[in-house]
Design a protein. Sequence first.
Length: 661
Amino acid sequence: MRAKQRRLVVAMIWLAAFSAPAEERASASLEATMNQLVAVRDFSQVAMAPDGKQLAWVEEQSGGGKAIVALADWNDPAKKRRVTAGGDAGASEQDIAWSPDSKRLAFLSDAGSPGQRQLYVTDFSDAVPRRVTSLKGFLDAPKWSPDGKTIALLFTENAPRAAGPLEPMTVETGLIESKIYEQRLTTVDVASGKTRQISPADMYVYEFEWSPDGSAFVTTAAHGAGDAQWYVAQIYTLPAAGGEMKSIHRPTLQIAEPKWSPDGKWVAFIGGIMSDEGSIGGDIFVLPATGGEARNVTPGIPSSPAWLIWLSPERILFGQVIDGMTGFATLEVASGKITPLWSGSEEVSLNDAGEHGASLAGDQKTSAVLRQSCSRPPEVWAGPIGAWKQITHTNDHVKPAWGEAKSVHWMNDGMRVQGWLLEPRDYDPKKRYPMVVAPHGGPASYNGAGWDGTFFNLAVLAGEGYFVFYPNPRGSFGAGEAFTRGNIKDFGYGDFRDIMTGVDEVVKEYPVDNDRIGIAGWSYGGYMTMWAITQTNRFHAAVSGAGLADFQSYYGQNDIDEWMPPYFGTTVYNDPAIYARSSPITFIKNVKTPTLLLVGDRDGEVPAPQSRQFWHALKALGVETQFVIYPNEGHRIGQPEHLRDIIRRMVGWFDAHLKEK
């Protein structure tokens, strides 16, 4: 511990307004960095028109919150223009979809009714897009039918909140009932606006795609509450006219990205161990569209496919996570031959759901992507895969407040493990620096080399004179499905050893002060932070965001409990011991590390009582600790003042314990 005087600091803070100390601790450079981060405009989607001439994208407005739809000829991007249903009055617009003939664009907008999206269509000749629906609830993911007459979308009628486990949970009071709001597949006649909910009322639909002839859909769906049942979803087909859903595949693990082959005979999808909806990785499988055995067509691939599209009945293009990077390759379905097209030490994505893909034109060559790196904020790019040119220059003025990111590798337990090391700003190899270790969430996810946003941004530490180490231990995407499954029934053991041997490698190769190392993470990263300080006293400060202290109590508290049996082999009721074995609270008396705990009060993925339980134990044991609960926040903190407060408190905590006095 580097603090000159050890003292007990215990604070459980309900933040209606923020206290002065966090503001006062923030340095001028940190405030400047946060202002720069807020100035970055993010992009959540890009779509290339089928004719390959125009592209549209969704761009966050300055300050966050609202989003706009922009349109441009990708060969003449200077002539971009906004497409809006609400003028410049502040409507939030998103979820774009081109018609098959490239003459119309569909999108969702809350123009005239903040918070309530409706479907709009523009053919570009009208001054104002036409509103097509008048629905009450949550709308998502519009897609045109092949004949251009119908749009299908996901609709949750009378939904009390946006869909997804990251959103703030509905406050529970009174008699608690399991009220389920099903997200149903709904079709909209573009000409008349007539809507029909065609999937059954007791089924929750997650993803869908039209069949090539427009007569049916392929979906991923499940009975019951949407947030939890995603983990046991099956692949179904459904007639476009509605009716019975037919299960064509019941997987043993999780599934995503169902795509119909151009001849309508096959369905491809990604299957594997996945811990979070939207965080996709696994192997590519193909099965008959009528049902039957699914065949793994990428067995042993040393990467994690995360997105796919059929190029022909014989060939698939897919995006992947590979060795901490992203890449594209093609797959010959019959032979399994894989041909790499491009990979790079950056993030290339199609949208904000964790998918790494490209929006392709009808020529299957012209593409549009969202591209970013540690040193370059996100922008829209277009062109052939790997030969894109930059279309937008929205964030050209923003420069990183940190040093270079370097890919590092090390060996542990006979496996090659990868991670990223972010150098301090104005790095001088002759100096010695503190370091913070940043385990990622998930666990089925990975630390990549993208631009760090405003949510739990650890890159800001590099701007304040720290190395930041982002390991990808077993359980991560990027090294094949066997590696991703390497932490099953082993949370906190093999993955923790991978992280610690990585720390040893970095300390050996770089000027890191071994007596000034901290650890910080959110979600599963928060769990790994809690776990690490129960297993070693090597870390001299810790920050756990939405951490998981006790798997036994957590099982009955969270809204996504179905994610755990695939990892633990059974439920907590059948084998509580295996859950206790990986619970930080089991080893809580070992903790000596000063720990800051952060969480949203309406977090359904990792509820606040988990952090409170850990904080209570540290307080009882006399360990220096603080606990902050953010009001009206879910698993992903979204309010700007809360995001700033988290950064200030995190940097202040590490400065107090790791910086030389």
